[in-house]
Design a protein around this ligand. Structure first.
Ligand SMILES: *[C@@H]1O[C@H](CO)[C@@H](O)[C@H](O)[C@H]1NC(C)=O
Ligand SMILES: *[C@@H]1O[C@H](CO)[C@@H](O)[C@H](O)[C@H]1NC(C)=O
Ligand SMILES: *[C@@H]1O[C@H](CO)[C@@H](O)[C@H](O)[C@H]1NC(C)=O
Ligand SMILES: *[C@@H]1O[C@H](CO)[C@@H](O)[C@H](O)[C@H]1NC(C)=O
Length: 303
């Protein structure tokens, strides 16, 4: 067989395997357009990139090796139908922002992020995650909109200079806060729409830098926190039903704090004023309109 024939055969084989390669022209800002069904990327001669955007394609994790680089500013792999990650998938790449949102990941395992130590942000929101065994050192972590029931007690590893300051866990199924135990750098915590029933100082230890907390839409019936120990707290939000509210003496608990905003809003007290305000606005508007109509007709008559 001639070389040409072999080449043609190879191309045909590749085509039948359904491999589709994104071959960017530059290393700096790499963009593989969404909807192109790319399964892999060829970055020959590139050792670093400011950003690699590979959203909305069909990344084949077996060709993951092609991502091997020493430094990537932002690596975005949203909407790639990823169900699992290879072990040590991102080892030895310095990545600032790693975006894995909108995939189908189910478990975050200990070996997924081995060798990752320098993240600024890790986005794992909008997956199907139920269990989080381990999280690498990252300043911002978004795990919103998953199905998380469990986060390992020692899941947060302090393996680099950045440690969790912004933690977004809204819309999950968490019923305990044991994973908070070592998160002493935390500044923002969004726990809204979970299944938390109790806030006490064993599961929610005092955090020097905590500023904003959202526990809206949980099932909180018991609060036993010495909030005076949360010196930086400025906003604490809990949206609860009237029934829950009766059981907890919020004023006593929060008086020691210099809170900027404290929203403990029951559904009832929230909606009634809004209905009143809305009706007043509608009334005023309709009065104004009538007045104008009246004036117009008055003018006509005068003419
Ligand atoms: C990607 O795949 C889908 C479904 O298989 C197909 O409809 C679409 O035309 C493909 N797009 C391209 C750019 O090949
Ligand atoms: C978590 O904190 C405990 C002490 O409260 C410490 O013994 C343990 O090593 C810490 N774990 C991690 C992973 O930092
Ligand atoms: C969350 O808590 C509610 C009320 O206790 C319960 O009905 C529901 O089944 C819980 N959901 C999960 C996923 O555990
Ligand atoms: C929790 O609060 C109780 C009562 O205020 C106190 O006796 C206990 O030492 C606190 N525990 C921790 C871990 O801070």
């Amino acid at each position: 067989m001639t070389t040409k024939k072999v080449l043609v055969l190879l191309v045909m084989l590749a085509a039948t395997e359904g491999e589709k390669i994104c071959k960017p022209e530059t290393c700096r800002s790499v963009y593989c357009p969404a909807g192109s069904n790319y399964t892999t990327i060829l970055l020959t001669g590139c050792t670093s990139a400011e950003e690699i955007i590979f959203d909305g394609n069909e990344l084949d994790v077996n060709s993951w090796d092609d991502f091997r680089m020493s430094r990537i500013g932002k690596l975005s792999l949203r909407f790639n139908v990823l169900r699992d990650l290879p072990a040590s998938a991102f080892a030895n790449i310095l990545i600032d922002d790693l975006i894995l949102s909108h995939n189908e990941l189910r478990v975050i395992k200990v070996d997924h992020f081995v060798g990752v130590s320098s993240l600024n942000a890790l986005y794992l929101d909008n997956n199907l995650i139920e269990v989080v065994e381990s999280i690498p050192s990252t300043r911002i972590l978004d795990l919103s909109n998953n199905r998380i029931k469990t986060i390992g007690e020692d899941a947060f590893l302090r393996s680099g200079p950045n440690f969790c300051q912004y933690l977004y866990l809204k819309n999950n199924r968490l019923d305990n806060l044991r994973f908070l135990k070592n998160l002493s750098d935390l500044s923002v915590l969004d726990m809204s729409n979970n299944n938390i029933t109790t806030l006490n100082n064993r599961t929610f230890p005092p955090m020097e830098n905590l500023q904003v907390v959202d526990f809206s839409h949980n099932f909180i019936i018991h609060v036993d926190l010495d909030v005076a120990e949360f010196r930086s707290l400025r906003t604490f939000q809990i949206l609860m039903s009237k029934q829950d509210e009766l059981k907890i003496h919020w004023n006593e608990i929060f008086v020691p704090l210099n809170l900027y905003q404290l929203y403990i809003v029951s559904i009832l007290t929230f909606t009634i004023p809004i209905i009143i305000v809305l009706s007043v606005i509608i009334l005023v508007l309709s009065c104004k309109k009538r007045k104008k109509l009246f004036k117009d007709t008055e003018m006509k008559i005068l003419k």
